[in-house]
Design a protein around this ligand. Sequence first.
Ligand code: IFM
Length: 738
Amino acid sequence: MKYIDEWNIADSGISDDDILINGNRFLIGNGNLGYRGTVEEADATHMPATICNGLYDRQGKKWREPVNIPNPIVIRLFTQQKDLLSIKSHNLLSHEQRLNFRYGIFSRSTSWNVNNSNIQVQSERFLSMDEPHHLYVKYRVITDAPVTLLCERGIDGLVYDINGPHLIQFESDQYDSMLQLRCKTQEQLIPITVISEAKYVGGDTVRQFEQHTVSKVPYIAELIKIELHPQIPFVIYCRSSIYSGEESSHSYEEDIKLNYAWNKEGDVLYDRALQRHRSVWDRLWKDGDVIIEGDPASQRSLRFSLYHLQSIAPRHRAGLSVPARGLSGQTYKGAVFWDTELFISPYFLSTDPSVVRNFILYRIRTLPGAIRKAHEYGYLGAFYAWESQETGEDACSDFNVVDVFTGRPVRTYFKDKQIHISADIVYAIKQYLSMTGDVSILTEGAFEVILNCALFYFSYIYYSPMKNRYEVLDVIGPDEYHERVNNNAFTNYMVHFTLNTALEYINYFSDTDKQFLSDKLQSTGFLPYIPLLYDLVSKIYLPEPNENGIIEQFDGYFRLEDLSITELKKRLLDPKEYWGGANGVASHTQIIKQADVVALLHLFKDQFSNLIKERNITYYASRTEHGSSLSASMHSLVYCDVGQPELAFPYFKKTAEIDLTGEAKQFAGLIYIGGTHPAANGGSWMSVVYGFCGFAVKDGTIFIKPQLPKHWKKVVFTSYVQGKKYTITVNKDGYTIC
Ligand code: IFM
């Protein structure tokens, strides 16, 4: 990996591993679509992917997952002998691909030796931030000696799928330079239309079109014969359009009209589209950038993280959220986890609260699915999907990992027992309300979400008459290695928080809109439980620190074997074996997967003293594998909170660099889990703004507690609070807010 400057990275790797990792690193996206950073000649083995936010499919009994749309930008060059010029060709001279993450522009420069002439391809592409359905490519070929090449430009329906194939009923069409590939998803027959249009600009180049379609559906392409003259470039300006569902149903005649314009002046239209795209990015960075002075590497990795967040933010359609691996592929079934609410939302809450509003609308829209899930388990209210797709049904399977020794699926209880998910959503709603004051979201459905989540916990928790307290039994906390534990401190505090929040907004509506309150209490079935709410709030068990100041992660945790991670690793028989579940090496020890008590200390930082936070982070940090990308940021936040920014710094680096270095876990058991890490990206912003700058908002007032790492000089960031924009500058000794 080459770091060119603070907005540009490059890589020249061509191995299979490089191709896989670069697919994520060089990803471009516009909130609607994500397109992996693969080269134009890629076939399915490079795992190119075009992912459309919110579009899922199921093949047979396999996992539902995002649909990988037919690859809209296949451009392949062949010699006259029909040898493909690819990054895998023996005659490759050089290859480098770049990402400009200021503007979400992928580019590549590759050269080959063909019969002693040096052929160079330079291309650039962007997924328009201005037009959610359009992907633009400029592909330029130049040579230093006369040469004849064949060029194939097409749309490829043969794509890589984890659990596919997902696409059926292919049809293709060609009109002039416009190619169309239409198909449907297997499960719900959702129509997909992919269009590719090209304007060819050749200067003095003589082109002989052999315009015909390669009709072996699902691939459609146009073949061109190009006579290249030295130093006279041949350029393809390509516009791809991708539509699914109702958006697919535009008229072919209309497409033809648009294509007429593209044929005529595609080069000019390309430049205009690029300009518009860049101005949207300029606008996004105005509020969304964070400046770090004194540490170019941190500046770069933070910006790279923010780039990834911006390029997956669903701004084009109401009620969409962000999958845990963004729009980088099919990993984790493209599902929305708690990552959105607790790790991704904070960034947008400060820089563009409308995005968080959309996340909440998504949870409002999927509330019926959460109510169904609660019902299926015999509970009341809303038990949100651990892995949520477009309807809120839980996509999480009963068997999330595979035993490497037997090849058998392992029963995991993530979906059944990570009940904190409902509370995480309530937590995010509360943050949104406190930061924006936008109470309208409550009457648009968020109040019902809160009531239903509280109701779910009513029906989940148990009263212990002996202890005269309510307990939360049989759960999984954030640390997924220890399943089905009792009184996970994180979960108990979150349940308490939810009940309190329900109470707060019941009181709010009791003062402001009694009719609305009464309607909602009736319709949600909450009314009979109001008296219980007070009892629950006051008697729920909130684990306290022990005599050493440590909060036990769950009942009995301290009795588990206490050993170091190094010792535990020595017990592994296979590097890919799963550490958790019934038989995992970590399950019967105090080694945990990710921040758990530490996450609790961050979320409820005002409820614990510095001493308690210090003791707990010291205790748990050494027992945490950080097997989840959600872990490092929480550690950096709590280390900052206790005034130890130098200890926080390596955790910040880890979370901020995850998608730059690509050094993240690629497998859980035998299951591929690679892709981008939006939660870690959001975590890097939190580490800087909440952590090193000590930014907090209480009752509409901004608080700053600067504790920058020694080598940082200054941080500048933006935050909206109650609709007003503030620019905050933090340096070693102080800060300004204006
Ligand atoms: O939500 C996380 C979970 O906490 C750990 N496993 C991966 C999920 C998606 O990022």
